[in-house]
Every structure is written in C-alpha cells, then in structure tokens.
Unconditional design. Sequence first.
Length: 52
Amino acid sequence: MFFKGTEDEFVEIFNFSSNLIREKQKGAIIVMAGAAACFQKIKNFGNHPYQK
C-alpha cells in the first residue's frame, strides 16, 4: 500500500474527502474500495465479490 501515514491520519483524510465529496455531490455514495483486498481481516469482512 502506498500510504505511509498512521491509521488516524488515514481516517482523517478519508473523512475529510468523503465530506467534501458529499458537499459537492449530494447523495454521493462513498466506497473505500482501494484497500478492499489488502489485508486478510478486510477480506473476511462480508462477501467477497470474487468467491467461487
């Protein structure tokens, strides 16, 4: 993963950008898809779209 900051910094950036997107585009659905398969604990969350 390219982000070298802390978890708290990532959350701060994600929340800031999500709020800005919602401000500019009402009703926007924000999905954090970039990290969806980076960590095993994330892979185990919910249904994986590529399951056989």
